[in-house]
Each structure stands twice: as structure tokens, then as C-alpha cells.
Write a protein that binds this ligand. Structure first.
Ligand code: UDP
Length: 364
């Protein structure tokens, strides 16, 4: 056989495995369905502006080893995510911090803010939150929930916040300082010159074939290597024999504007239910460049159907049960490893996928 490993997918999981295995002297072939490497982290250079083609990717981690690892591949800038939220023409700072509390209620001290929140969350009366709505109200109270969470969340997930698991909102920090840094992690930044550079580095000594749909011709490709690392959707691998897993999908509307600066910030969330998109990102603010034009992207959440781009896994009971059945099938596949967001059906951040891929190679 020509290769030791056949890796399906050139996103983070696949590319990290390819890099690490080839460093160990293994012969690796990566097959990628799209016409580019990088998975959803791929950035396209559009006249000097790095466009996040599949939505904003902001690297953040508390894991120093992972931070050092990615910085050894390419240099990162000091980007700090400080998104704003627009609600009925008013701007609020995110995540929930003293600036937000001041903007919403006029309070100026942490004590006043805490008093206001405890008054607002009293409707929960010590009840343990069982869904996203209750979790949000018990974190920040009703006003904040109605203004900054409810509309955004229901647009993003296409259902009532009462039907969503509380863990989604646990991602949102609440602070009693005037600190607009969205993430609490110690390390954060954007690769200078775009994410695609990371993947070029990871794959520089590896054979990569683009525009290849492995599943359509798997016998032929399996003959090329003794083991497979599969990073595509797990249900697709098994021809959806137990049914399809659900996802939430997104539609991106990219626009080139003839002005140097459209919104003055990388990310502005639109939290009103009536506005159909959830956020506008302005790419040049992630990786600053001086150009007379700018590129913005509106992000529209949408229902997912077979054939659409799968973005967010829906980790509800029904889908998790189905996933577990697929995982059982996957365990019985000889010489195939399933890894990454789509094969593990997991709401992964980039640093977590990298860690998981490194562990995977270590286990091999
Ligand atoms: N969220 C919200 N209002 C906002 C931003 C986020 O209510 O302005 C909630 C929403 O429920 C969302 C979750 O927080 O699903 C996670 O948002 P985040 O932006 O961290 O997710 P991403 O899509 O970037 O992974």
C-alpha cells in the first residue's frame, strides 16, 4: 500500500493528524471534498482582506501548550473579541459586564449591578434552571434576557429558548468589571495573514487531493492505505442507515463595500427577533489592513436539510441517542478512526479539536 493513513477532511482534526503523523515518518494522504483546505476555518484573501468564508473564527484557549503549538506554526496577532449587540438601534457591550449593566440600567457600581440582577432573577425563586431561558434569567435576569439573549438565541437555533439545553448559554460569561473581552481565556488572537496559512504549514509535506468525495468511491481509496482517519459527518459514513443527525445551518451573505470602515468593530450581534440575521462581521478588523474597501458578512441561521452545510450539531436527547448508535457502529469499524466536529457530533472550539487530534495521534 502506498500510504499508512488516509485522512478524510482537511479541517483542523484532519490537518493536525496529517502533520503529526508525517512528522513521525508515516505516509499520509489527505482527501478533501471542497476545493480548498482548512475546513470551516478557511480564510480567503480578497484584495488584502482575509475573509472568514464560513463565519468568524477567533482563536482562544487556556491551554498554553496549544497556544504555543499554533504560534509555532504561524504568528498570531493580539486580537481581542469585544462584540457589540445592537437592539432596536441601541448598542450594548458584550459579554455581560459593567458596561452592559450601565447601558441597560444606568447603574455605575458592581454593588448596584448585583442588586439589580438579584432583584431581576428573583422570579426564579431558587429554582434550578432546566433550559436555556431559565438559565439565562437566573444568570442575568429578565431585562438582559429579553434585550440581548432571547431574540438572538431563538434566531440562531430556530426554536424557543425554553426548548434549548442550558449549557449553550453557559458559554456566555458575566462580569462585574468594565471588561469587554468576550473570552475569559488567557490566550487569544488571529493568525496574521489568515487561517489558511496554518493549514498550508500543517500540510506542506503531505499529499493532499482536493475536490474528492471519499464516500462516493471509498473502496478505491481504502486500497491506498492501511488505516483511515475520517472527519466527515458520522451518519454520512454509514449512509444514514439509522437516519440523519440534525444540524443547524447558516447562510452567509458576503459584501464588498466601497468604504474603509463600515461598523468599527469585528463583530456586531443583532439581538432583535425581527432582524433575520444574527450578526455582521467586518473581516478587516480581525486582522487589520489599510484598504479603501471593506468586506462584511451577514450571518443568517437556517434550518438544515440533507445536502446543506452542517454547522452546529443539535445536542438534544433525540440526536444524542442517534449519535450514540452511530458511535457504536463506528467502534466496530476496523482501522477507521472518527474524529472532529462532524464525526464526533460535538460543538467544538478550535483549540479543543486540536487537543483532541493530538491525543488521537498520541494514542496511535
Ligand atoms: N448569545 C446570545 N446573545 C448574543 C450572543 C450569544 O444570546 O448576543 C447566546 C446564544 O444562545 C448563542 C450562545 O450564546 O447560541 C453562544 O454564542 P456564541 O457567540 O458564543 O456562539 P458561536 O456561534 O460563536 O459558537
Amino acid at each position: 500500500m502506498k500510504y499508512d493513513y488516509l485522512i478524510i477532511g482537511a479541517g483542523f482534526f484532519g490537518a493536525i493528524c496529517a502533520y503529526e503523523l508525517s512528522k513521525k515518518g508515516k505516509k499520509v494522504l489527505v482527501l478533501e471534498k471542497r476545493n480548498h483546505i482548512g475546513g470551516n476555518a478557511y480564510t480567503r484573501n480578497d484584495n488584502g482582506i482575509q475573509v472568514h468564508q464560513y463565519g468568524a473564527h477567533i482563536f482562544h484557549t487556556n491551554d498554553k501548550d496549544i497556544w504555543d503549538y499554533v504560534n509555532n506554526l504561524v504568528p498570531f496577532n493580539r486580537f481581542t473579541n469585544s462584540p457589540l449587540a445592537m437592539y432596536k438601534g441601541r448598542l450594548f457591550n458584550l459579554p455581560f459586564n459593567m458596561n452592559t449593566f450601565h447601558q441597560l440600567w444606568g447603574v455605575t457600581t458592581p454593588e448596584e449591578a448585583k442588586e439589580k440582577i438579584s432583584e431581576q432573577r428573583s422570579e426564579m425563586e431558587g429554582k434550578i434552571p432546566t433550559n436555556l431561558e431559565e438559565q439565562a434569567i437566573s444568570l442575568v435576569g429578565r431585562d438582559m434576557y429579553e434585550t440581548l439573549i432571547k431574540g438572538y438565541t431563538e434566531k440562531q437555533w430556530g426554536c424557543s429558548a425554553k426548548e434549548l439545553p442550558d449549557f449553550i448559554i453557559k458559554r456566555l460569561p458575566v462580569r462585574f468589571t468594565y471588561d469587554n473581552n468576550y473570552f475569559s481565556d488567557n490566550y487569544q488572537g488571529i493568525p496574521i495573514g489568515g487561517y489558511t496559512k496554518i493549514f498550508e504549514k500543517l500540510l506542506e509535506n503531505v499529499d493532499v487531493r482536493l475536490n474528492i468525495n471519499y464516500l462516493e468511491d471509498r473502496e478505491k481509496y481504502n486500497d491506498l492505505a492501511s488505516s483511515v482517519i475520517y472527519t466527515g459527518p458520522i451518519d454520512a459514513y454509514f449512509d444514514y442507515e439509522l437516519g440523519a443527525l440534525d444540524y443547524r445551518s447558516l447562510k452567509f451573505e458576503h459584501k464588498v463595500l466601497d468604504m474603509p470602515n463600515y461598523q468599527g468593530n469585528a463583530v456586531i450581534n443583532y439581538t432583535e427577533r425581527e432582524i433575520p440575521f444574527t450578526r455582521i462581521i467586518e473581516h478587516k478588523h480581525f486582522d487589520p489592513v489599510e484598504t479603501s474597501h471593506t468586506i462584511v458578512t451577514k450571518e443568517f441561521p437556517k434550518d438544515w436539510k440533507l445536502g446543506d452545510e452542517p454547522y452546529y450539531p443539535i445536542n438534544d436527547e433525540k440526536n444524542m441517542d442517534l449519535f450514540k448508535k452511530y458511535r457504536k457502529l463506528a467502534k466496530n469499524e476496523d482501522n477507521v478512526i472518527f474524529g472532529g466536529r462532524l464525526a464526533e457530533y460535538k460543538y467544538y472550539d478550535m483549540h479543543q479539536v486540536i487537543r483532541s487530534a493530538l491525543n488521537c495521534v498520541k494514542d496511535l
